[in-house]
Design a protein around this ligand. Sequence first.
Ligand SMILES: NC(=O)c1ccc[n+]([C@@H]2O[C@H](COP(=O)([O-])OP(=O)(O)OC[C@H]3O[C@@H](n4cnc5c(N)ncnc54)[C@H](OP(=O)(O)O)[C@@H]3O)[C@@H](O)[C@H]2O)c1
Length: 215
Amino acid sequence: MRIGIIGPGEMGEALGRQWVRLGHSVVVAGRSPDKARALAERLGPKARAGTLAEAVAFGETVLIAVRYEGLLQTLVSAGAREGTFIGKTLVDCNNPVEINTFAPVTQGGQSMSEAIALTARGAAVVKAFHLCHASVWKMVPPAFDGRPLSVPLCGDYDDAKAVVADLITAMGCRPVDLGPLSQARNLEAMAAVIIKLLFAGAEPTSNFNLVNAVR
Ligand SMILES: NC(=O)c1ccc[n+]([C@@H]2O[C@H](COP(=O)([O-])OP(=O)(O)OC[C@H]3O[C@@H](n4cnc5c(N)ncnc54)[C@H](OP(=O)(O)O)[C@@H]3O)[C@@H](O)[C@H]2O)c1
């Protein structure tokens, strides 16, 4: 598959590594062309750098991995208002969390995913990959005690969710479909709690081993 990666940071690198390893081709873009070029070089021959517009045009699926302060403007800069995202699966791995208070930053009461869907007209937005640190996405496979990582996702389009679920499965993880994009409000709030606990020094596997607790 052809994948556009917008945001050559930690998440763009971790997920980009997984996807080129699985044989996908990627075009990386960001506000800094130098950073995009450097990441594309690190990802190897299946990757190249481009402009924001080129990454969107290239990708059947596009990952947006940009800090929340500049995220919606980045989509606009990538031509969202002109319809460049129409027909694309747009993967949102972002955590709009204010890092001093650990409060979720809503967009007029909406989740960031819903704001992305309104901004990137015509895109099928899927929230996924946001609950784990980039270091987890660098694991091959991301598994703990031999058990594959469960990866919650949500979105309004089944075909787009199937694309993302296939990526998750190919990475060695287990997709968990939580339903429509409105569920992103819960997933983003969940991320805020997890980030707060992690910053407080909580040990993730014992704090979040909820499924085992009810077995
Ligand atoms: N890191 C993690 O472990 C992790 C885990 C789960 C989810 N996430 C989420 O994934 C997204 C990306 O995280 P990351 O750690 O990869 O971020 P990052 O490395 O700090 O930066 C990602 C990209 O965001 C760009 N950026 C930052 N502020 C911007 C602004 N005001 N306007 C335009 N672009 C801006 C950066 O550009 P420059 O390089 O030019 O600064 C960079 O290309 C975030 O929303 C984060 O909440 C991160």
